[in-house]
Write a protein that binds this ligand. Structure first.
Ligand code: ZN
Length: 254
């Protein structure tokens, strides 16, 4: 089974799916999972912020969301999200398939590895390279402007960055900024699931050079909505390809 997390504005993927409620040792996931098939491949879809976008980024039940995917039998996770661009070349409306991640969140329940057995996740390359190549090809095939690689810096939110924070992130060469990739990626990897991100660029962040106005939440949602059709098409295109690919099978570090 392939798991798909929906982000801001992305609440539906499957037609005629059935709702499955999952309980986890970490509480209830953000919503019921929508379980169905795409070209005969089993898929579970969950809007990470809840069906009505009721969980802000810092309150998303990440551990329950990810645990539920594993419980349903997911082996690979596709995790699209809305991002702000930190570099001029990542224009709004384009897509970035990130290959690196910087965790700037703090204070989140970020692991399943709470002992008593001590384990450490190998996380040098957080994203699955096999899935990344499939995502890039699928996005290209549906006509999207897609960037291969880049680092996403994940901030705690719910507020956006200050100019100083944002220009620091830009000066590091990081590509985009988001509020939900962590701990979602690490948690998925701890449970042995491969993860691929599709970053949907909604706007330029405040620290990007030039005369660009700071963003509002309304603008983010509106821009994400515009890219939604393309994203949905690309994800549906990806699913059969992911299913037939021999994925890397990344596992927790030991
Ligand atoms: Zn993989």
């Amino acid at each position: 089974m392939i798991g798909v997390f929906g982000g801001s504005g992305f609440y539906e993927l499957l037609d005629g799916a059935r709702q499955v409620k999952v309980d986890t040792p970490y509480g209830s996931p953000a919503a019921s999972y929508m379980v169905g098939t795409v070209d005969g491949v089993d898929v579970a879809f969950l809007p990470r912020h809840g069906a009505d976008h009721q969980f802000p980024p810092h309150l998303v039940p990440f551990r329950a969301n990810v645990w539920g995917m594993k419980e349903l039998g997911a082996t690979c996770i596709i995790g699209p999200c809305a991002v702000g661009s930190l570099q001029e070349r990542y224009a709004p409306g384009s897509f970035v398939v990130c290959d690196q991640l910087v965790d700037w969140t703090g204070g989140r329940e970020r692991t399943f590895l709470d002992g008593p057995e001590v384990d450490h996740l190998s996380f040098a390359d957080p994203y699955c390279e096999d899935l990344r190549q499939i995502a890039i090809a699928s996005l290209s095939d549906v006509g999207a402007a897609v960037h291969d690689g880049g680092a996403v810096v994940v901030i705690a939110g719910p507020r956006f960055s200050t100019r100083a924070e944002s220009s620091f992130f830009s000066s590091q060469g990081w590509a985009v900024v988001n509020m939900t990739q962590e701990p979602e990626v690490a948690l998925s990897r701890e449970l042995g699931m491969c993860y691929v991100n599709i970053s949907v660029v909604t706007d330029y962040d405040v620290g990007v050079e030039g005369e660009i106005e700071p963003v509002t939440h309304e603008e983010v949602l509106a821009r994400f909505g515009e890219s939604l059709g393309t994203l949905r098409k690309a994800v549906l295109e990806m699913i059969p390809r992911v299913d037939s690919a021999a994925c890397c099978g990344q596992e927790t570090g030991e």
